[in-house]
Design a protein around this ligand. Sequence first.
Ligand code: ATP
Length: 358
Amino acid sequence: MSTVLSSVTKVFGKTTALSAVNMTIHDGEFVAIVGPSGCGKTTLLRLLAGFDSPTSGEIEMNTEVVANARRIVRPEKRNIGMVFQSFALWPHLKVKEQVLFPLQHHRYVDKELKRYSGERVIEMLKLVGLADYAERMPNELSGGQKQRVAIARALAPKPALLLMDEPLSSLDAELRMELRKEIQTIHRMMNTAIVYVTHDQAEALAMADKIVVMKDGQIEQFGSPEEVYMKPKTPFVATFVGKANLIQGKWLGDAFKPLHDEEVLWIAPDVTDEMKKHHVLPVRPEQFTISRAGNGLRGIVRNVMFQGKEFHYSVDVNGQLLNVHSDYSSKVELGDEVVLAHTSYTNERVTVEEIPSY
Ligand code: ATP
């Protein structure tokens, strides 16, 4: 089932929560939605779920219009599953009954699945590693186990689309890593399309096929994790996903001259016009090499943080503080005068006369 949003706008009083959003979620695709608080992530998910209808625009599922300003298909009539941040298990039902419930009551469950619902419950509990917990009540489970039950319950009726709103945010870091892997494995096995809202961009980069970066109710970029990370379209995407440095400077075609070091000229193809319009070049902290000599931007180390496998430096380049990540082999010290070379561009220093006029 593919899901298509066309010019979807949602207005609450004076707030435009979503503004003309266009997006297609293909069959079996894992789409993560990231963005700062209040950018419209939950609103988008609620519209997909059928809890709310758009002010204008429309949503199609499987070529049927399920929501526009005049009509809305209710959540139970859409072939979707949901997993939210709070585990939301029914307190009076055993684990096996939680998973059985949608198989008995979901409108879309096919007859065969209904007939073998007992087997399906066991299959789903095995999938999430809870086969031995079928008889337990929710209050006898840990947070991670409750969330696994919620996932098994949502997937049991074989929904075409699974909506997940911050499903791991109430779990500790280790459990989150473990469940990330499980959700990826489950996604591969079930081939259900997933729309996954998260605050955690590392989670989005690690798990999704596509990432939607939102800001102020609009989509800033929609692309694969690699595209969004390596070729951010806007300064916002570059800093929000992966914390790039935005080097200020002047552009002439593909040539970039950093404002804070007049003698560096980088030829940087593949940078978007939006970046050029804002007079910046995005550079990831790991795209710099740091050393005490050589060619590149000259600066002074203002802060050093040991992070286990690498060091994080703050380097002052004539007033602009840049973040640089580097491993132990190129260790420098606080207060050192250093050179930051870009790993992809030629870092030859040029005299001012050699630089084309801007
Ligand atoms: P967070 O990450 O904090 O959960 P979000 O990206 O999910 O944020 P939304 O909950 O979608 O953001 O909210 C988008 C905007 O719409 C916000 O400005 C919010 O205050 C507003 N909003 C959401 N629901 C309502 C509502 N029912 N009534 C009025 N305003 C609303």
